[in-house]
Design a protein around this ligand. Structure first.
Ligand code: HEM
Length: 128
């Protein structure tokens, strides 16, 4: 007897990409990234508590180009996730749910998170 192919549930390759869909995925991905970033923060604080040697080692690692790249990503993840959380807060209050508004909020989420990340690094790292 011929086996009839079973229906597949929709997945990422089938849906047409939209900015709201992308930002929803980013929200979950940045949420997961924040776990790793929080661990980096804990390591830094623990090193400071252990002593000068440990603190200097962690600072050297975090100050390397790779460390800076990771910390830059962490900053962006933090802002993107936080703004995404505020977006959910607006939706919880039935604000910004109309067509067009959702897209604007999703773009704002992306653009404002990039601008805030650049501002923080400009003020506290590159200039300060
Ligand atoms: C270190 C801090 C944080 C971590 C590790 C974290 C982690 C996560 C993760 C992993 C998810 C995805 C859960 C899932 O999709 O099943 C999530 C969702 C969420 N987070 Fe965070 N988060 C953090 C901070 C925040 C902050 C500051 C806000 C608000 C400003 C926030 C608001 C939300 C909201 C509203 C969702 C649900 C999104 C949805 O229903 O699709 N989170 N978080």
């Amino acid at each position: 007897m011929a086996v009839r192919p079973r229906p597949l549930s929709p997945h990422l390759q089938i849906y047409r990409w939209t900015i709201t869909m992308a930002m929803s995925i980013f929200h979950r991905a940045t949420g997961i990234a924040l776990y790793a970033g929080t661990l980096l923060l804990v390591i830094w604080l623990a090193a400071a508590a252990i002593g000068e040697g440990a603190f200097a080692s962690v600072n050297a690692l975090y100050g390397s180009w790779f460390g800076q790249l990771v910390l830059f990503g962490y900053t962006w993840a933090l802002f993107h996730h936080m703004l995404g959380g505020l977006r959910h807060f607006l939706w919880d209050n039935i604000i910004g749910m109309e067509p067009g508004e959702r897209e604007k909020l999703a773009w704002a989420n992306l653009i404002v998170s990039i601008v805030l990340t650049l501002l923080v690094w400009l003020i506290f790292v590159w200039v300060g």
